[in-house]
Design a binder for this molecule. Sequence first.
Ligand SMILES: [Zn+2]
Length: 256
Amino acid sequence: MEIFLLVVIGALGLAVGSFINAAVYRLRAGKFKSILTGRSFCPKCKKNLAARDLIPLVSFLWLRGKCRFCHKKIAVHYFIIELTTAVAFLLVALFGASGTESLLWNLFFVSILIFIASFDAQFGEIPDEVALPAIVLALAGSFLAFTLAPLTALIGALVGGGFFTALVLISDGKWMGGGDIRVGLLLGALTGWRGFIVALFVASFLGSVVGTIQILRKKKKLKSALPFAPFLAFGGIVAILFSQQICAWYLAYLLP
Ligand SMILES: [Zn+2]
């Protein structure tokens, strides 16, 4: 891919990451209607921010992570989300399915997954306002054959949603919640049952590594739940990018 195009997609990723930060905050604050139109302000001192305070990554570093007006710390997750979105966009451009429709489709859903991950990491729940339309859209998009065939998407959604429904029922909602069912439906509809298994595997692995580290550093107790959606979202992005290669590699390894 051309360098110029990559620079544009990277910059788009930074802008979308910045938008995700604002949208998560506004959705949580119940200002759903102002997601597109509202002005950004400091959550601490409520002063409106100027354009120069809203440049992704740069403003955060320039202001050394502090508000220009009240000098209180800006949460570092703003920075992390912007950077993550840009990196994910670049990876999708470099390694995702080729073709303009597939590229735009994958960029859109990577953004949705990062939104859901950020919301869950901060507030411990999955926003229905975003997750439910995304599931419908992922299934509908398969009829336009953006990435998956409709039957593959439908089976994927059933497997993904069914898996977490079973876990919720077995554990009486202690291991997983209703939000995880929605994320399972979405990932299955986006990547098929094979992709879902890849996502689940990556998420479980990462989740247990991070969980163990937190227990060792005594930040969390053994029983306290870690939000799982950020790991699932990460696994989902890996599946969007590499599930075909991973499955082919696994099958070749299993059946020499
Ligand atoms: Zn402030």
